[in-house]
Design a protein around this ligand. Structure first.
Ligand code: GAF
Length: 436
């Protein structure tokens, strides 16, 4: 059985599909797929993924649902290039039916465009990789409904991409989906890589793989788990958040209500600064440094004179943050909340001072949380420059903390921070198949 909020998304997308999209063409369809993919909160490991480091996120209940029908026809003798015809609408603007056609030669847009590129870019990965170059026609008609707050650092775009990917896999079926991949390739991992590529190439966003990976691969069977992802090998470990019945904890997310976009502005600058830092480290330490993942704090310290202050601090954040992820993972497995909290606080400080991805409003929120009774640690989560903070607090103080944040943030910033408690949620999955 679905949670009321998930059921709400399913009902909304189903209604949009039947009211706006179920036209003459799709009436031939015998069944509709209902799929979902979640947003995420990152417990720790920020801005480490695009330098092949470690991240430690959990999926959250806020998700995107796709409800739709589709077909794949392959005519081996046809000379026409393979294409995908997409017709879709979103709950944000259900009256606007989008129609996008792409073929295997369609190039990604050169400039940031509409949200529909997240969808088209994702479908393109399957079209280009799993289908023959000629003769395939993929038709898909679908409605999208989501409740991941947009631009809040909780991965609304990754949950959209991963839900669309999951839906396209349903249409392709096991015969075609991932047919270009080596035998034994993990669908959740390949899906994440494809969705990241869609975002990098079709949406002008140089993001790492964390968000798509968590949305795609968070465990649907092992309750209460996080993913510790090695962004070099793209392998992951499912880590249990060990609750002590005598001393339970809660994770609280609060939103600064300052929205951000990772496509524009500061995020790409950080990516570039990491590359600069790596080049300097390579000059001094040689080829053993392929990315910042390979450097220790001592390595960075030794290069301080060769780096300007900004580059030095960027590198210091990344290498210390990787170490904090490893320390947090061990502490979390042992239920050592004090250590987890300390690492979270240090991570925030590092983002504030070294990586400069926080902002005044987020700092206010984190400060309010860190000083509240029963709180082990609090930090900015996600890309930054706004967005949410995540706080680890003794369960008995969770309700009080949420009320405190709500009241004090409103008083200090004049905005609603809509705090909520989150527990690790499952990753992308097929919820149902509706037959007509
Ligand atoms: C954003 C990006 F999409 C992720 O890949 C990651 O870099 C994160 O910012 C920062 O840790 O969510």
């Amino acid at each position: 059985s679905l949670s009321p909020s998930m059921q709400g998304l399913v009902d909304t997308s189903k209604k949009i599909y039947h009211d706006k999209l179920h036209d003459v063409k799709s009436k031939d369809a015998k069944q509709a797929w209902v799929v979902t993919a979640p947003g995420r909160v990152n417990l720790i490991g920020e801005h480490t993924d695009y330098t092949q480091g470690f991240v430690f996120p959990l999926a959250i209940e806020y998700s995107t649902v796709v409800y739709g029908t589709g077909s794949l026809v392959i005519n081996k003798n046809a000379e026409e290039v393979s294409k995908a015809n997409l017709k879709f609408a979103s709950a944000t603007n259900p009256d606007k039916v989008e129609q996008v056609s792409i073929d295997v030669n369609t190039q990604p847009p050169k400039e940031a465009g509409s949200w529909t590129w997240y969808v088209a870019g994702t479908v393109a990965q399957y079209l280009m990789k799993d289908l023959p170059k000629q003769g395939a026609v993929l038709d898909a008609t679908f409605a999208i409904a989501g409740n991941v707050p947009l631009g809040s650092g909780l991965s609304s775009s990754a949950s959209l991409e991963v839900a669309v990917a999951q839906f396209i896999e349903c249409i392709l079926g096991p015969e075609h989906a991932f047919s270009s991949e080596p035998p034994g390739a993990l669908p959740a991992k390949i899906r994440a890589i494809r969705c990241q590529k869609a975002e990098n190439e079709w949406c002008q966003s140089p993001c790492g793989i964390m968000d798509q990976y968590c949305s795609s691969a968070a465990s649907s069977t092992q309750k209460g788990t996080l993913l510790c992802i090695d962004c070099r090998t793209n392998d992951f470990e499912v880590v249990q958040m060990k609750q002590d019945p005598d001393n339970p904890v809660a994770l609280i997310v609060a939103n600064s209500a300052v929205t951000h976009s990772i496509g524009g502005g500061e995020y790409p600058i950080r990516v570039q600064q990491c590359k600069e830092a790596t080049q300097i480290l390579q000059k001094v330490h040689g080829d053993r440094i392929q990315t910042l993942r390979d450097a220790t704090v001592e390595d960075v310290l030794k290069c301080q004179k060769q780096m300007d202050d900004v580059i030095y601090r960027r590198a210091r954040h990344v290498v210390t943050e990787n170490a904090r992820v490893i320390a947090t993972k061990t502490a979390l497995e042992e239920g050592d909340w004090k250590i987890v909290g300390q690492q979270m606080n240090l991570s925030h400080l590092s983002m504030q001072k070294d990586y400069e991805t926080s902002c005044e409003e987020v700092d206010i929120l984190v400060d309010l949380a860190q000083k509240y009774k029963g709180v082990y640690g609090s930090r900015l989560t996600g890309g930054g420059f706004g967005g949410c903070c995540v706080t680890l607090v003794a369960k008995e103080n969770a309700k009080g903390l949420m009320e405190h944040l709500q009241k004090e943030y409103q008083a200090k910033v004049g905005k609603d921070c809509t705090p909520f408690e989150t527990t690790p949620a499952p990753g992308a999955r097929v919820l149902a198949i509706d037959t007509f």
